[in-house]
Design a protein around this ligand. Structure first.
Ligand SMILES: [Zn+2]
Length: 134
């Protein structure tokens, strides 16, 4: 077992491995696997296989720069979606003590402690004061 682990470590040396895009692609592979299971449409199986080959290729690739660029592209493209889910998680977590409101001037999302009625809020980013109802 120790020998095998050494061999594996040797094999992986200098190879790219896993990143955020890796986990996203694994999720997509599972998604297409489920879709294929229910629809039995060959196209979904083909997409699943292409994604799988791409994941294996990226993980064992020695071209760090190209792989990092792919990951950065994925991160910048998925940023709106990821920040939406991150904000939703925070909204649920803080629902008893805070409300999240957007500044009408700079669109920065602010976390405000719950105080009933109309409140005057000063945005820490742009310095503008605005009214909110909580
Ligand atoms: Zn602002």
């Amino acid at each position: 077992m120790g020998k095998f682990r050494n061999k594996l470590a040797n094999f992986m040396r200098g190879r790219y491995g896993m990143d955020d895009l890796y986990y996203f692609l694994i999720g997509m592979i599972f998604l297409f696997m489920i879709i294929y299971t229910f629809t039995r449409k060959l196209i979904f199986y083909v997409i699943e296989m292409i994604l799988f080959i791409f994941v294996v290729f990226r993980t064992f690739s020695r071209n760090y720069n190209a792989r990092r660029k792919e990951n950065e592209l994925y991160l910048s493209l998925s940023k709106p979606v990821r920040s939406f889910f991150s904000l939703s998680r925070k909204r649920i977590r803080d629902r008893n003590s805070y409300r999240y409101r957007k500044c009408p001037n700079c669109h920065q999302v602010l976390r405000l402690p719950i105080r009933k009625g109309k409140n005057s809020v000063k945005c820490p980013k742009c310095g503008k004061t605005f009214e909110v109802r909580i």
